[in-house]
Design a protein around this ligand. Structure first.
Ligand code: ATP
Ligand code: MG
Length: 406
């Protein structure tokens, strides 16, 4: 779809998103762009909004009543570096000046004292070059002292882009960047109620991965609140990740069996191995080509090189640990940005905590771990737990419907 196919009198609010990394990827660009557009269309389906791509820009034209929903979708859209609400005007210098004046007055009203114009002329047939556009447009704010010009540290940057039409905008919101979700296949995220795993999922989504989630629940040792917490986290994963399926695996019997059949110091590690076995069962069902965890080197006893080698030896798919080299503060910063942090720190116990041994093995030899695992004869219980899984779907589309009621 092109701009001239949309009735801009009806769809009279306009947004522009900037495609970042996408513009660098040669022949893949078309695939990536198509995915980005598919993702936005999915998010805003059923709303009075039209969207299209043109020369490195995402355009959304909508009716006034769905501006809030569009902004929410853009804030969660992975694959753009920023977005702005823009004024779309005719391709004449007078129309540009009028729009720049409006933007300048709005910036002044919100406290700006200085500005600069950043002009771009994509359409080389336009009568003025970008320098001339900037000079003429700046005059409408500078000549009567509305704002001072400051090209180095302006309070407001007013952008003018001359394309099929002219787009004028000031405030630009930075967003998630990354590659559009869906261009890098699917990963299966081991999602606990903690701080780390949602961040790990987000990191992989930023590399274009679609993410489904698997959560091991040991009711009544882990409460219903603990599961609710994981559902709330999965909901956020579904907002940034377009959609996600949360698979809840009833793991009580598996945990009880470990408690009675494994040496105490190996119990946490055995639980990890059972989780991995179960993830192996689920991955082909959801179409996942990789397994993702929120592990970070040295963070807890199960996350030493040796113990992670044991877990890894049980994974039948590539095992991604995007947080491996991050410290807690870096992880928390991302969790705060995502909005998962306040949920993750709610006090409901996670099954691993309740069954934690006093002195967990720190450097388990892989062969020894395998031997203990085989002796437990637990595969059937893992299969049974897998067969009894419950699946819950979350998506940006549902979140938008829920919040904006359209
Ligand atoms: P998190 O903050 O993500 O809970 P953590 O630092 O508490 O991580 P562990 O409890 O050792 O670390 O868990 C390591 C990883 O194992 C988690 O990041 C998660 O990917 C996975 N995991 C742990 N418990 C569960 C669970 N109950 N369900 C699903 N995955 C889990
Ligand atoms: Mg945890």
């Amino acid at each position: 779809m092109k701009n001239n196919q949309v009735n801009l009198e009806v769809y009279n609010q306009m947004y522009l998103g900037k495609l970042g990394e996408l513009t660098l990827k040669g022949s893949n660009v078309k695939v990536f762009e198509k995915q980005l557009l598919t993702n936005v269309k999915y998010a805003l389906s059923g709303l009075p909004a039209k969207m299209w791509l043109s020369s490195g820009r995402l355009y959304i034209a909508c009716k006034e009543e769905c501006c809030a929903a569009v902004e929410y979708a853009l804030d969660h859209l992975i694959g753009i570096t920023g977005w702005a609400k823009v004024r779309c005007v005719e391709k004449t210098i007078d129309a540009i000046k009028a729009a720049v004046r409006e933007e300048g007055l709005a910036a002044k009203a919100s406290g700006a004292k200085s500005f600069k114009i950043d002009a771009r002329r994509e359409d080389k047939a336009f009568e003025l070059n970008s320098y001339e556009i900037a000079i003429q447009a700046a005059g409408v704010l500078f000549d009567d002292n509305t704002l001072a010009v400051d090209v180095h540290h302006p309070d407001a940057v007013i952008n003018v882009e001359v394309r099929d039409k002219c787009y004028v905008y000031c405030a630009q919101k930075k967003t998630c960047r990354g590659l559009p979700v869906g261009v890098s296949g699917k990963g299966l995220l081991l999602l606990s109620g903690g701080i780390d795993s949602p961040v790990a999922g987000y990191r992989m989504m930023r590399r274009g991965m679609k993410v489904d989630c698997i959560y091991f629940h040991s009711y009544p040792y882990t409460s219903e609140e603990a599961q609710k917490k994981v559902e709330d986290l999965a909901k956020i994963i579904g907002q940034f990740g377009v959609e996600t399926y949360l698979n809840v695996i009833p793991f009580t019997q598996v945990q009880m069996h470990i408690k009675s059949h494994s040496p105490e110091n190996y119990s946490t590690l055995m639980l990890r191995l059972c989780m991995m076995k179960c993830a192996n069962l689920l991955a082909p069902r959801t179409g996942a080509q990789a397994i993702i965890t929120g592990e970070s080197l040295g963070q807890v006893a199960s996350q030493t090189n040796e113990n992670m080698a044991c877990t890894e030896s049980f994974a039948e798919y590539p095992l991604y640990r995007p947080l491996i080299g991050l410290d807690k503060e870096e992880i928390i910063n991302t969790a705060e940005f995502l909005g998962t942090y306040p949920i993750s720190i709610l006090p409901y116990e996670d099954c691993c905590v309740l069954f934690s041994p006093r002195h967990p093995v720190l450097r388990a030899p892989v062969e020894e771990a395998k031997r203990i695992y085989d002796e437990m004869k637990i595969d059937e219980l893992v299969q049974k737990a897998f067969d009894e899984r419950k699946i819950i779907h979350f998506s940006i589309q549902d979140s938008i419907k829920e919040q904006f009621g359209q």
